[in-house]
Design a protein around this ligand. Structure first.
Ligand code: SF4
Length: 336
């Protein structure tokens, strides 16, 4: 498999241009993500077709609330990540990479698309669980095939990708959920090993592409829950991505290296109320028994157009084109 987006130097070292780390990889060494190795001045893709997890998930679990609400999507993930978030909620597969040799099954795009077509009530394939950017070539080939078979493609990502490969993806991916983990570059550098600006560039570029976009903000007490920073984040989203941008404000639980206590519900509600003054569609997620911030309201007449209880979704007042049945506003969601 030929890797994309890299250049080879005279000394056979490589600059990988897939993500903003732009790793300088010496011969026989790997990039930060641990799945792209320099072999004789070429990138060897160690993780091609290796799947760590898969399942037929409610689309709301990605989370995507305005894209085929109430439907299911075949979700797949591999191993590794280009960020090193100390609070990673999926660290078992993102931060621990097994020996990626021949012992593991290397699936082909045809295998996954056949499975996706076979699964009942499935609308497509979601590239998720770990960071899909680092299985770029496999994702592109699978997404091309899935698209040609009439399936939808969804990418759930940290957004740390260079714009050129992102442009290739926006031609194939129908809906994105991108993490915006903080509005502080210091936070990104300290707790994720990434940077803020590339994420903002990714969000803007996806918005320009016209593809469906939802944003997730995982709130960690004392680290990224300052009202000042959050207010600046919501203002940026509103001004640069638009007031219709869908924002998920999610509860954090201690995971991996982070032992801070879970996000209090009061903090989530405070941020939700603040975001609602700037954006039309804000949700509270990753929390059981919370009713505020679950449902979709029509921004024009405030009717409840989609009702959610856990992953049970009921379309209460949207027509087949996603417009509010009460007042005609829309489209609010992408439907069948
Ligand atoms: S994709 Fe991996 S090897 Fe390439 S720049 Fe990013 S972290 Fe480095």
């Amino acid at each position: 498999m030929i890797a994309k987006y890299y250049t080879t130097n005279d000394d056979n070292s490589i600059i990988c241009e897939l993500c903003p780390h732009n790793c300088h990889i010496k011969p026989d060494k790997m990039g930060i993500c641990g799945v792209r190795r320099n072999v004789n001045g070429n990138i060897e893709i160690l993780n091609y077709g290796i799947i760590s997890s898969s399942g037929l998930d409610p689309i709301e679990k990605k989370p995507l609330y305005h894209f085929y609400p109430g439907h299911k999507i075949y979700s797949i993930g591999g191993y590794g990540c280009n960020l090193k978030c100390t609070f990673c909620q999926n660290h078992e597969i993102s931060q621990h990479i097994p020996e990626l040799g021949d012992a593991l099954k290397h699936n082909q795009p045809t295998d996954l698309v056949a499975k996706a077509k076979f699964l009942p009530e499935n609308i497509g394939i979601a590239y998720t669980y770990n960071e899909p950017t680092i299985m770029f070539e496999f994702m592109v080939q699978t997404a091309e095939l899935a698209k040609s078979e009439g399936l939808k493609n969804v990418m759930v990502s940290n957004g740390f990708i260079n714009l050129k490969p992102l442009d290739e993806l926006t031609g194939l991916i129908d809906a994105f959920n991108i993490d915006l983990k903080s509005f502080s570059d210091k936070f990104y550098r300290e707790y994720t090993g990434g940077r803020l600006n590339p994420i903002l560039n990714t969000l803007s570029r996806i918005r320009e592409s016209g593809k469906h976009l939802e944003v997730t903000f995982l709130v960690i007490p004392t680290l990224n829950d300052s009202l000042t920073d959050a207010s600046a984040m919501f203002d940026w989203i509103s001004s640069n991505l638009g007031v219709n941008t869908i924002l998920h404000i999610n509860k954090y639980y201690p995971a991996y290296k982070m032992q801070i206590s879970p996000t209090p519900t009061s903090t989530l509600i405070e941020l939700y109320e603040l975001a609602r003054t700037k954006l039309k569609h804000v949700y509270i997620g990753n929390i059981h028994g919370q009713t505020l911030g679950n449902n979709t309201l029509c921004p024009a007449c405030s009717a409840t157009v989609i009702k959610r209880e856990g992953y049970h979704t009921q379309i209460t007042a949207l027509d087949s084109n996603g417009y509010c049945k009460i007042c005609g506003y829309g489209p609010i969601a992408i439907m069948d």
